[in-house]
Ligand binder design. Structure first.
Ligand SMILES: [Zn+2]
Length: 225
């Protein structure tokens, strides 16, 4: 059997090194599911061949597997390693010195944020948090550890929200630029078509041996339309 490897960029899973329980999955065959997969994978795979590419089970949420560990029909890959983006956005990670760094790099972004959310819902915000916070957005010296921690979490959450908004705005701007480019292209096509129409009229007139004056007269009429 040849060595199968996962099509996701920066995913190191192969049939030789895969961990127990990790499986490989072929791409869906229906048009509808393929377009869903493409949405998720377009920036995550440098090559996606519907008939040959395999995606490893690491990229699917648990809910997409049945009791026999078979991938369900509606499964869509959504978990990717940090640095899986193919174009431009590949993150250059610093040298992974500690165990935590290494482990963080092994799980996907979606998995980490789900884990954070899970942990947060279990930790209750101190009801009197505002009391411990000074006007410079720092905890007062005698605040409990819990308050320090929660203030940090709130700051991080705030930054995440700003980042998410900026991401959406950037996407919108890219869309507008694409649209402008299309408009320019269409306009250019129109102009080119007009020129070729006029050239054709000139050719017809010349073939008909119309006099120069007649040609000018007809062309002016065409142009003023
Ligand atoms: Zn993989």
């Amino acid at each position: 059997m040849s060595n199968t490897h996962c099509a996701v960029t920066n995913c190191k899973t192969t049939s030789y090194n895969k961990l127990p329980g990790v499986s490989f999955h072929s791409c869906p065959s229906s048009k509808e599911m393929r377009s869903k997969w493409l949405q998720c994978l377009k920036n995550k795979c440098s090559i996606l061949d519907w008939s040959k590419s395999k995606i490893c089970s690491v990229h699917f949420e648990k809910k997409y597997f049945d009791a026999q560990r078979k991938l369900k029909e509606n499964a869509v890959p959504s978990i990717f390693p940090i640095g899986a983006n193919v174009r431009g956005s590949k993150i250059d990670l610093p040298v992974q010195k500690t165990k935590v760094d290494r482990l963080l790099n092994r799980v996907g972004q979606a998995e980490i944020s789900a884990d954070i959310k899970n942990t947060l819902t279990k930790m209750r915000v101190p009801t009197n948090l505002d009391m411990f916070v000074a006007d410079d957005l720092k905890c007062k010296p005698d605040s409990p550890m819990e308050a320090h921690l929660w203030l940090l979490i709130k700051k991080q959450d705030y930054l995440n929200k700003i980042l998410a908004t900026q991401l959406i705005q950037n996407k919108k701007q890219v869309e507008i630029l694409h649209k402008n480019l299309d408009d320019i292209r269409n306009h250019k096509n129109d102009t080119e078509q007009n020129i070729s129409t006029l050239k054709y009229i000139v050719k017809c007139l010349q073939e008909k041996h119309a006099t120069l004056e007649e040609q000018i007269e007809i062309l002016s009429a065409v142009e003023s339309r």
